[in-house]
Design a protein around this ligand. Structure first.
Ligand SMILES: Nc1ncnc2c1ncn2[C@@H]1O[C@H](COP(=O)(O)OP(=O)(O)OP(=O)(O)O)[C@@H](O)[C@H]1O
Ligand SMILES: [Mg+2]
Length: 355
């Protein structure tokens, strides 16, 4: 039986400064002893998006207090931890460096092992923290920086089936919200406006839907929205109708590609029968409802983490660190932060490959 571990997780790859303490053992579920998040929405809102320099400075100014609070909420001292995990990439390099350097300093001071984590693996393994999801599973990773379909066969064992060729799913929500003057972050704002809108008012394109493979594209959809915005008077109702029509198109693309992937992986030598959705866009209700119907129709179990664990948080980092620590996969204190870091090892070997 695997040993129960207690791990501190530190997340600073984008605009959330987060730390959490998680206890448990693989395959989960784990116990979240604390989960502290300081967001930077107010700092970035005037710019309609995350400004890397502002994000890095904001992490520096609050990270020590966020970590102190995570330890005190959990009632755990540094000495009682089994290890410290931090996001080491991919992400905004200034922010990643802040969190990773803090984790190194804490490890040096406490003698605890360091786990330098791929942020995407932390999103991917959240379904094990919350539900104890067994491997293998099909993963739809839909976040602010990514839109990918992967097969996950174990910790660090990912095979990518498809990715976006332009914008990420969350980026498409954020850019559309900006066009509509809905503010930042865009995903929740679009979802809220869409509740009062008519999703059939505009028939926006469903890019790549009829093509082979599992890739995504969202820039044509965004351009179509821009065309309507530029040529129409934006009444409150019109904004809601555009938001609802955009959301319907984006969700349909994500669901149809996922269906195709489910069909493909169910025929593998070791059949995959579980679909995990991770990343901030997984918090979208229309997406999870539509995917649950699609999964049920194909005999798949659908696992979507609670909304608060879909967007960036320290608990997912602590959990993924805990899984790696349990396997003896620790890092040296000389590990470097990485702006790009693909999950799929075969992609990681390609010099300059995007994440
Ligand atoms: N309810 C929602 N509907 C649609 N999109 C959402 C919703 N909630 C959050 N998002 C989107 O999720 C994204 C944030 O997710 P997350 O924090 O996982 O991304 P990230 O960490 O910035 O990117 P990555 O994980 O790829 O580095 C934003 O683009 C946001 O608009
Ligand atoms: Mg993220």
């Amino acid at each position: 039986m695997a040993k129960t571990l207690t791990v501190l997780g530190i997340e600073t790859s984008c605009d959330e400064t987060a730390a959490a303490v998680v206890r448990g053992c693989a395959p989960g579920p784990g116990e979240i002893l604390s989960n502290v998040i300081a967001d930077q929405i107010a700092e970035h809102a005037p710019f309609g998006g995350v400004v890397p320099e502002i994000a890095a400075r904001a992490h520096v100014s609050v990270l020590d207090r966020v970590i102190e609070r995570a330890l005190s909420d959990a009632g755990v001292s540094l000495a009682q931890l089994d290890g410290i995990a931090a996001t080491a990439g991919p992400g905004l390099i200034g922010g990643v460096a802040v969190g990773l350097t803090m984790a190194k300093a804490l490890c040096l001071a406490s003698g605890k092992p360091l786990v330098a984590l791929n942020h995407l693996e932390a999103h991917a393994l959240t379904a094990r923290l919350t539900y104890g999801a067994a491997f293998p599973f099909l993963l739809l990773l839909v976040s602010g920086g990514h839109c990918q379909l992967l097969v996950c066969e174990g910790v660090g064992r990912f095979t990518r089936l498809g990715t976006t060729i332009d914008d990420a799913a969350g980026e498409a929500f954020d850019k559309t919200a900006k066009l509509l003057g809905l503010g930042f972050p865009g995903g929740p704002a679009i979802e809220k406006a869409a509740v009062s809108g008519n999703p059939r008012r505009f028939r926006f394109p469903r890019p790549l839907l009829d093509t082979e493979g599992f890739d995504f594209s969202f820039s044509g959809l965004k351009t179509a929205v821009r065309r309507v915005v530029d040529t129409t008077e934006l009444t409150d109702q019109m904004v809601c109708d555009i938001a609802a029509s955009f959301q319907a198109a984006a969700v349909e693309v994500l669901v149809e590609r996922s269906k195709k992937a489910m069909q493909a992986v169910s025929g593998r030598a070791i059949p995959v029968r579980r679909l995990v959705v991770a990343g901030g866009v997984a918090a979208n209700r229309l997406l999870s409802i539509s995917l649950s119907q699609a999964a049920a129709g194909l005999g798949f179990e659908l696992l979507v983490a609670p909304a608060a664990l879909c967007t960036d948080n320290g608990a997912m980092v602590a959990w993924a660190g805990l899984e790696r620590l349990g396997l003896g996969l620790v890092s040296g204190l000389d590990v470097s932060p990485r702006a790009r870091w693909p999950l799929d090892a075969s992609r990681a070997a390609i010099v300059g490959a995007k994440s």
